[in-house]
Design a protein around this ligand. Structure first.
Ligand code: NAD
Length: 473
């Protein structure tokens, strides 16, 4: 068996989503000598990646520019999964791994069905040896299951080397993160073949990532590091949010507390922004994954520790909704509330686990009318998310209570309150005086992202409530 690293010439990425698309588009741009084909079973998603006017399926600053430069040269999008697999010498598996909805571990465990199907497809159609790279976020030791499936189904003497290469990009800054990552993590078996496969992938990243940022570790450490990184980031948010509740009750100011705490070089200033709660497809899912893993390993105290991070997040969202109701004289029935922002964070159109969904569901259940505005999210996505959040209501019923508006100004017209749910910069630049003039009085602003200048708004006449700032002075 040769352990000489293969020089990668053709890459296939299974999964053209938020991770597979940007990640492999950047690889194509930075490695013009490598042919990159991103495949997906979802025809409309692939069509959007191939659209002549570059109406890509995901919004991400800088992404269109990358795709414009590489598409058709060495970057291709296709639904022909088998051809992509057959031609490649390195295959990324970047499929979705959502939280299981039913069955064993429902609500906690990762649904590994998509990973398994993609792995079985690789084994079924490969006619030559492949390096298979686990890009999806998966529970610790999933690579072992993939290896077992591949080896059991290998044909024509094909050998499969498995690597773990979790993705640390953040939506909204994905291209920046991919151009200049804090680190690239590659996990491999510590065998000559594993180390050689690891070197092949490290050489791909070596085309633009400094050598000292490419970290090589064991397979299981790599898999666990991804869950650990997300769990610790989410834990910081839940910690600062827990403190924001104390600030509101005491008159302390969460921005001042975060500033003071973050000045300690052991803590650091990043990721200490209080908010209505974290969203996105990863934080909650990955922590629940860690909870499930801990329980499976008979470590109940560890499971309880991480579970609390998610519970704190749910509490923060509920607490915010309650604050809106309490402030609006204990009832919002029949009142109109403008929700600004539906994406889970700024600079993305992704709405998975967005705090806006919970807030709007709470306002609906209190029989309020809700006007929503988001600069990026497709209307069809908003209707889909709201339907999923309130399964007992028909879409027609939902539409009687919720209106999607073309601008922040439209959303706020005749409203009693404005709720800032996503930190889109444009909400800072809207004409707040004109918004005030168009609202019912007293006019309230609830800033769930510590985005706007509360004093400026108060001078206009708004009653402003922000996360982490109490009324006591
Ligand atoms: P996504 O849902 O946007 O994309 C996954 C794609 O895989 C879908 O388009 C789906 O059609 C396709 N797919 C599923 N099974 C397939 C198969 N057998 N053959 C071909 N295509 C198939 O998901 P995502 O956000 O890109 O996440 C992918 C993985 O990366 C997940 O494990 C996630 O946890 C992880 N991750 C996500 C982020 C993020 O910010 N979104 C960041 C880091 C890691």
């Amino acid at each position: 068996i040769s352990a000489t690293p293969v020089a990668v010439r053709k890459i296939c990425c299974i999964g053209a989503g938020y991770v597979g698309g940007p990640t492999c588009a950047v690889i194509a741009l930075k490695c013009p000598h490598i042919q990159v084909t991103i495949v997906d079973l979802n025809q409309s998603r692939v069509d959007a990646w191939n659209s002549p006017d570059f109406k890509l399926p995901i919004y991400e600053p800088g992404l269109e520019d990358v795709v414009r430069q590489a598409r058709g040269k060495n970057l291709f999008f296709s639904t022909d999964v088998d051809k992509g697999i057959r031609e490649a010498d390195l295959i990324f598996v970047s499929v979705n791994t959502p939280t299981k909805k039913s069955g064993v571990g429902a609500g906690f465990a990762a649904d590994l069905n998509y990973v398994e199907l993609a792995t079985r497809r690789i084994a079924a159609v490969a006619t030559s040896s492949k390096i298979v790279v686990e890009k999806s976020t998966v529970p610790c030791r999933t690579a072992e299951s993939m290896r077992t499936i591949l080896e059991a189904n290998s044909k024509n003497g094909c050998r499969f080397d498995i690597l773990s290469n979790p993705e640390f990009l953040a939506e909204g800054t994905a291209i920046k993160d991919l151009f200049s990552p804090d680190r690239v993590l590659i996990g491999s078996l510590q065998t000559p073949e594993g180390i050689s496969a690891c070197k092949s992938l490290a050489d791909v990243y070596g085309n633009w990532v400094p050598q000292d940022r490419v970290l090589t570790v064991g397979l299981w450490s790599s898999e666990l590091s991804k869950l650990a990184a997300n769990a610790m980031l989410a834990q910081r948010i839940s910690s600062i949010n827990a403190l924001s509740a104390i600030c509101e009750a005491t008159g302390a100011n969460i921005d001042e507390v975060a500033f003071a705490v973050g000045k300690d070089s052991r803590v650091g200033p990043k990721f200490l922004k209080a908010s209505v709660g974290f969203g996105g497809s990863c934080f909650q899912k990955d922590i629940l994954n860690l909870v499930y893993l801990s329980e499976s390993l008979h470590l109940p105290e560890v499971a309880a520790y991480w579970r609390q991070v998610v519970e704190m997040n749910e509490y923060q969202k509920r607490r915010f909704s309650k604050r809106v109701v309490d402030t609006l004289f204990n009832t919002i029935t029949g009142k109109r509330i403008a929700v600004l922002g539906f994406a889970f964070k700024a600079d993305t159109g992704d709405t998975r686990e967005s705090a806006s969904i919970s807030l709007i569901r709470d306002f609906q259940s209190e029989k309020a009318y809700v006007n929503v505005y988001d600069p990026q999210v497709e209307h069809s996505q908003i209707w889909m998310d709201l339907s999923e959040a309130s399964p007992s209501m028909s879409l027609d019923q939902i539409k009687k209570q919720v209106t999607i508006c073309p601008s922040a100004m439209d959303a706020c017209k005749n409203a009693e309150a404005v709720v800032i749910a996503t930190e889109w910069k444009e909400f800072n630049n809207v004409d707040w005086e004109a918004i005030y003039a168009g609202m019912n009085k007293p006019a309230f602003v609830f800033d769930g992202r510590l985005l706007v200048d509360a004093e400026k708004l108060r001078k206009i006449g708004f009653q402003v409530t922000t996360i982490g700032r109490g009324e006591r002075l």
